[in-house]
Ligand binder design. Structure first.
Ligand code: PLP
Length: 470
């Protein structure tokens, strides 16, 4: 195919995608604005073909990674200490998988009596920790959070510690409710029990120090807190780097050593990798380096200020709203809200019909079904419209009843004994769901999924994904 025909085809593929350029998609995309965006794109493309597989082949990539990591360490309370080290990764998930792998292998070296290592984490901790445990063979010990604040208590975490525990986890901020766990208390707990303690700053790590500089109330959460041994922080969120950009940081290199994998036992080159990927493009690290140098501290501070002020307006509106209820007290420029009078999944559909995308989140005790909003600096000029449409949408869905299909669900669930894939597919067909269809879930689908237990929801979605990618 020639260039023009090919590009046309690619452009046409986008027709069903969320139109994030409209400024009305308040999830998934962290838009740095057009000028920064084109600059980051150029930097990314410049290093697209360089390979991070071997640091000696392309020292430019090592230099950029060192500088990005150093800036992040400085940003996260490393202070005068040169001890904090880390690596650039492809995203929050990879940073978290690596932190968990490091903890597991640290325990193998330092606590060899532990055969089945355990990780203690709040139910608000990101699903990536579950994925890490799943991949790496750790046992998860989940701890309930407080129903009003959605924060875990150090006491509840302490009660979950066993002789097999190797790692504690806290969030700054949690994705679902945008709150910071009591990191100082958890750090003290980790120290008193000789455990590692990871702070998930994927979402919040970058903006929290800036929000503090803006004079807002931000609790201590970083390496300035004794007992914090590792932190993950995404740059492809509020540092506005292109996707594929995160860092994982460790208090010192004694700990980080356990992250690095090396294999000399084969006939090819000796493969030594600090991260999960082996061959990898230099694009993301160049893009992140460019973003950070373009905005600088002052630039980011201004982005944070704009986002914070817009958030205050939305928070004030929600707090005074008769039908909508803010969940927890958001620390950053994102929030979740629920309703006791209307169905939030209908509300999401109604907003979508008006061009807005808000992210539905299912109920998980004590959190009711809710909608999640990221308030990006580039979108803040639409805040008046968002608020007006939110109010109008609440009225539009008031009194709306769920469809009979959704009501069928409860009866079906009662009949399910063992979860065979064939049965799940049958159930999905009865509900009029085509397992292989790619579509953004509407209210009916969300209402069905919300009624399923986490176990059944996982099974249903695994069947769907097994069909989608065929
Ligand atoms: C986004 C996020 C992650 C996972 O990061 P990905 O970049 O999506 O892999 C982990 N923790 C929190 C709190 C997040 O917001």
């Amino acid at each position: 195919m020639g260039r023009d025909a090919l590009m046309q085809r690619l452009e046409a593929f986008r027709s069903d995608d969320l139109d994030w350029r409209s400024g009305r998609v308040w999830a998934y995309v962290f838009d740095p604005g057009e000028e920064a965006s084109s600059l980051i794109k150029e930097a990314y493309a410049m290093y697209l073909t360089e390979n991070g597989l071997d640091p000696s082949a392309f020292p430019s990539l090592v230099k950029m990674e060192r500088e990005v990591v150093a800036m992040c360490a400085d940003h996260l309370g490393a202070g005068e200490s040169d001890d904090v080290v880390g690596n650039f990764t492809s995203g929050g998930t990879e940073s978290i998988i690596l932190a968990v792998k490091t903890a597991r292998d640290w325990a193998r070296a330092n606590k060899p009596e532990i055969v089945q290592p355990e990780m203690v984490l709040p139910t608000t901790a990101h699903a990536a920790f579950h994925k890490a445990a799943h991949y790496l063979g750790l046992k998860l010990v989940l701890v309930d959070v407080e129903p009003e604040t959605f924060m875990v208590t150090a006491q509840a975490m302490e009660d979950a510690i066993t002789p097999n525990t190797v790692l504690l986890v806290g969030s700054a901020v949690s994705y679902a409710h945008n709150v910071v766990d009591p990191i100082v208390e958890l750090g003290a707990l980790a120290q008193s029990r000789s455990l590692l303690f990871h702070v998930d700053g994927c979402m919040g790590g970058f903006f929290l120090p800036l929000f503090r500089d803006l004079g807002r109330d931000v609790p201590a959460f970083d390496f300035s807190v004794p007992g914090v041994t590792s932190i993950s922080m995404d740059l492809h969120k509020y540092a506005f780097a292109a996707k594929g950009a995160s860092v994982v940081l460790y208090r010192d290199r004694e700990l980080r050593r356990h992250q690095i994998f090396s294999c000399a036992d084969w006939m090819g080159y000796t493969l030594t990798n600090p991260t999960v990927q082996s061959s990898k493009t230099g694009g993301p690290v160049a893009g992140a380096w460019a973003a950070m140098h373009h905005f600088g501290r002052e630039g980011y501070l201004e982005l944070a200020r704009v986002a914070a002020e817009a958030t205050d307006r939305l928070v004030a509106h929600l707090e005074g709203h008769p039908d909508l209820r803010l969940l927890g007290t958001p620390v950053l420029n994102q929030l979740s809200f629920s309703s006791d009078t209307i169905d939030v999944f209908f509300l999401a559909d109604e907003m979508k019909a008006r061009g807005w995308y808000l992210q539905p989140q299912f109920a998980y005790a004590p959190s009711p079904a809710n909608l999640h909003i990221c308030i990006n600096p580039a979108s803040t000029r639409w805040m008046d419209e968002l608020i007006a449409d939110l109010d109008a949408s609440v009225e539009a869905v008031r009194g709306k009843q769920v469809s009979p299909v959704v009501q069928q669900i409860d009866g079906m669930l009662a009949q399910i004994g063992k979860l065979e894939p064939a049965m799940i597919r049958e159930m999905m067909k009865m509900l009029g769901l085509d397992p292989g269809e790619v579509r953004s879930p509407d209210a009916t689908l969300n209402q069905i999924l919300d009624r399923l237990s986490p176990q059944i929801r996982n099974a249903v979605l695994i069947e769907a994904f097994n069909e989608i990618f065929t």
